[in-house]
Design a binder for this molecule. Structure first.
Ligand SMILES: N[C@@H](CCC(=O)N[C@@H](CS)C(=O)NCC(=O)O)C(=O)O
Length: 77
C-alpha cells in the first residue's frame, strides 16, 4: 500500500493525487495539518515538505512531486 503525506491546499499534492487517480492507484493520504502526522513525516524524511510518498512494500520513500508522479507511472506500466 502506498501512503502519501499531503497538506490541504498544496498544489504539488493535488498534482500527485490527480496522477494517482488517473492511473487508478490507491493512496492512503496522511495530512500534516495534524501535528502528530507532521512529526511522523519529519521523522521519516527529515523535513515537513509535502508531497512525500511511502511505498513500504518496496522500501521506497521520496519527496518531489515530479519524481512521485514518475514513480507512480512506472508502477502502473
Ligand atoms: N519541489 C517540490 C515542492 C513541494 C513544496 O513546495 N511543498 C510545499 C507545500 S505546497 C511545502 O511542503 N512547503 C514546506 C517546505 O518545503 O518545507 C515538489 O514538487 O514536490
Amino acid at each position: 500500500m502506498l501512503i502519501l503525506y499531503v497538506r490541504t491546499g498544496c498544489p504539488f499534492c493535488e498534482k500527485v493525487l490527480a496522477a494517482a487517480e488517473k492511473l487508478s492507484i490507491p493512496l492512503i493520504e496522511k495530512n500534516i495539518a495534524d501535528p502528530a502526522i507532521s512529526a511522523e513525516l519529519v521523522a521519516r524524511g527529515g523535513k515537513a515538505q509535502v508531497p512525500y510518498l511511502v511505498d513500504s512494500e518496496r522500501g521506497v520513500e521520496m519527496y518531489e512531486s515530479d519524481d512521485i508522479v514518475a514513480y507512480l507511472q512506472e508502477q502502473h506500466s
